[in-house]
Ligand binder design. Structure first.
Ligand SMILES: [Zn+2]
Length: 600
């Protein structure tokens, strides 16, 4: 949409906007709460040095901490939602800045809290944990105490804290080079015009139906990275070494086990994922062969992987239709879910349309004392309907957890964060497939599903495997030189994509442009999350009421249990390869369905 045609916010019908007034009627209300936070902070700080006095004192301290954080979150969430309505509005922007500064102050002034709890002698702490007063908080206290063997003396922690900024230099350098300093050459676009390649337009070029455009973008991208191969390997090497150093200083067995420690995930879950994906690589090879045939190529190359086999069907979906489709698609979850879902529309959780200055993209955001709002930029494409289902999944997950749990345990962890959203996408896919005879639409939907599973399970596991290999090499003292990184990356790429792909050697540089390699074993969660979602959506569609009830258990669990237990109780055992196998069997079946539909 061109900038000229953009609506002004004031011209958008009220029912298409989110209702933030229920949080604060006016700025004065927000200012009043903002001013209360320093008072709550002072109340909390009065407990410093007193935590070991009695269970009751410790309980009061935790409650004072929660009360302050709860209000601070509300103040921050309102500011950021308002600001996203019109990012050009400096008054709203300044509210976000003030709230962020307040958060920074709070975290500085409350840093003593966890260490002081951990300093309570073990015997005494055990008595505390058995006490009536602390029974509700026992889980979160035990979670904190798990860290005790990996926590250093106060002096050592201070040194680590002081050096953390300097230790993050390799990742900052990566980010500066990658986002600010690196520039790419011009390439010819589909119209034959020379345009500068950027991170932003790269994927658009790779999706081009003209092969020479895809090829030119791919070559220009990786030739540029190759010019900086030494710098990129050095920033990555520095980051890997930082993870390893931290794991050693904190007496973890390895960088992997240190990274998984927070969510209490055993290493086998990570290793099983890689093995389970290896077991099903033939399905990916089969998909590559199908792409090769559909695109009528002798051999596929890595730059042929992203272009859509079936261009998006030009269906125009009105907002009303989109809502109805999603409603219908989610019906198998039962009445309780559907009734709650209606609140999203009747209470105006959703900001639907794009307008001048509004933040781009889509998200679900909120806090304990707000609706779980959704920001969309709805233009009526099929993809937009999937986005609606996805973001509603997040919002419904937040809503159910907030309703079922006290504030203290209300927020779910990142590990399960994408499960509800992708479960909804699966259900929408199923509904649309069942309710159309349009072959083109069906083919589009099958491709959509295949590319999602390829991108989330195969690709992220390939990254996860590379990440593990880098850390293990480095733990053995083997330097991560550009040659070593390229050789391994190319080998892995070949293993994953198989013989139908004749990979241009340039793909060996892909490691250099993946920011996630700086996140410390993060990407595997994408793969486990969507595998869980596939299994859960199949459970829901089976109509078995016990299984649907178990799914609700997951939506309502918040942080009240370990993530693996939450998933297990919901019907997905991520400590076994089954969920990953099942999801990739679905992938396999979908490849066959698509081949049949495309008649090749
Ligand atoms: Zn999401």
């Amino acid at each position: 949409m061109s900038d000229k045609k953009l609506l002004m916010r004031k011209d958008i019908p009220r029912e298409m906007t989110w209702d933030l007034d229920v949080m604060y009627k006016n700025t004065a209300g927000w200012e009043k709460d903002f001013a209360r936070i320093p008072e709550l902070l002072e109340k909390f700080l009065a407990f410093k040095g007193r935590l070991s006095e009695s269970p009751s004192v410790l309980k009061q301290a935790i409650e004072a901490d929660d009360a302050m954080e709860r209000l601070a979150e509300k103040v921050y969430v309102y500011a950021h939602l308002r600001s996203d309505e019109d990012t050009g509005n400096s008054k709203n922007r300044s509210k976000v800045d003030r709230a962020s500064a307040l958060f920074a102050e709070i975290s500085g002034k409350t840093a003593w809290f966890d260490p002081e709890i951990m300093d309570i002698p073990a015997d005494k702490m055990e008595d505390f944990l058995q006490s009536e007063e602390l029974s509700f908080y026992a889980r979160s206290l035990r979670e904190l105490l798990r860290e005790r063997p990996h926590t250093l003396s106060e002096k050592e922690e201070r040194i680590l804290g002081m050096s953390s900024d300097v230790m993050s230099t390799p990742s900052k350098t990566f980010s500066m080079l990658n986002n600010a300093d690196l520039s790419f050459p011009e390439i010819k676009n589909e119209q034959g015009t020379e345009v500068e390649l950027t991170h932003g337009n790269y994927i658009k070029f790779l999706e081009s139906s003209k092969r020479e455009v895809r090829k030119a973008a791919f070559e220009a991208m990786y030739d540029t990275y190759n010019n900086f191969r030494n710098t990129f390997s050095s920033t990555l090497d520095g980051t890997v070494k930082r993870h390893i150093l931290s794991s050693k200083l904190r007496s973890h067995k390895s960088a992997l086990s240190s990274a998984l420690f927070g969510d209490n995930i055993p290493e086998e879950v990570y290793r099983n994922l890689i093995q389970a994906v290896h077991d099903k690589l033939p399905a990916l090879h089969k998909y590559m062969q199908l792409r090769c045939d559909a695109l009528k190529l002798e051999k596929m190359d890595m730059y042929d992987i992203f272009c859509p086999l079936v261009p998006e069907c030009k269906v125009e979906v009105s907002w009303g239709e989109a809502v109805n489709w999603v409603r219908e698609a989610l019906k198998p979850m039962g009445k309780e879910y559907c009734d709650t879902l209606e609140k999203a529309f009747s209470q105006r959780w959703v900001d639907v349309l794009e307008c001048r200055g509004k933040r781009s993209g889509a998200y679900s955001s909120g806090c304990y004392d707000s609706y779980p709002y959704l920001l969309l930029n709805f233009h009526g494409t099929l993809n937009d309907v999937f986005t609606l289902a996805h973001e509603l999944g997040h919002s419904m997950h937040s809503y159910c957890s907030h309703q079922a749990q006290e504030y203290h345990y209300a927020d779910y962890r990142i590990f399960v964060a994408e499960v509800a959203s992708t479960t909804n996408e699966q259900l929408l896919h199923h509904y649309l497939m069942e309710n159309t005879d349009d072959k083109k639409l069906k083919a589009y939907l099958l491709c959509h599903l295949l590319d999602e599973l390829r991108g989330t399970i195969y690709r992220q596991t390939q990254f996860a495997e590379f990440e593990l290999w880098m850390h293990e090499q480095s733990e053995q003292g083997i330097p991560l030189t550009p040659d070593v990184l390229c050789e391994k990356y190319f080998e892995l790429n070949k293993l994953y994509y198989g013989d139908a792909v004749n990979a241009d050697q340039r793909i060996e540089m892909e490691w250099a442009r993946i920011p996630h390699f700086y996140y410390n074993f993060y990407v595997y969660k994408y793969a486990t999350g969507i595998s869980a979602a596939v299994e859960l959506s199949q459970n829901i569609l089976s109509g078995n009421s016990k299984k649907i009830e178990d799914y609700f258990g997951f939506l309502k669990a918040g942080d009240s249990k370990d993530v693996l237990d939450i998933m297990k109780d919901a019907g997905v055992d991520l400590s076994t390869p089954k969920p990953v196998h099942d999801a990739l069997d679905l992938f396999d079946k979908t490849v066959d369905q698509l081949r049949e539909l495309l008649e090749i």
